[in-house]
Design a protein around this ligand. Sequence first.
Ligand code: UDP
Length: 201
Amino acid sequence: MSQIGIENHLVKRLNMREQLIKFVEIIPIEFVIRNVATGSLTKRLGIEDGTVLKEPLIEYCLKDDKLGDPLISEDHIYAFDWANKKEIEKIKKNIFRINDFMIGMFRGVGIKLIDFKLEFGRTKIDGRKEIILADEISPDTCRLWDSATDKKLDKDRFRKDLGDLLPAYTEVAKRLGILHEQSNVSAVNITKLSSIKKKRK
Ligand code: UDP
């Protein structure tokens, strides 16, 4: 059996609750892919919200929470050796393929893929250096709008305090046909954390 055969065999045995994990050296860049202008892009450049972009637009942000994940240019990536040109070319090719696939997948269930964020990592496959996608893809990291109404079905419901976060995420999962029938997911009330009083001895 070839290596690929073995891997396929393994993947077939995995069910929805199992994952095949590969260790990667993460590239410290958040790749934001935009099909429609909204969010920080519109604020930064004064572009009208909802403007459909002629081509998908890739933006780079340095992964650094302390600095607030600042926007950087491609030249910054090379200047500070965060990745090399070959790696970025490969990543861009992958990004466009993933974007095309996801646009089609969501369009098929009446959802517009507005924008999303991806991360990539370096790993070795069969002794060869490879760059692979190393991120979740979910309504937490994508902007998803209903095709007919533009209703937001993603994390913006939380960010903008629009409510109904769980029904929106459930709607996306249902439309994609990936919701477990017996799922007993329910909303959690998040209340303010109160300090714990220490009893004096
Ligand atoms: N995004 C993300 N994690 C981040 C920053 C952005 O998943 O740390 C996603 C976000 O969900 C959206 C896209 O990247 O789908 C573009 O986000 P934007 O830059 O507009 O940021 P925001 O409007 O949240 O400031």
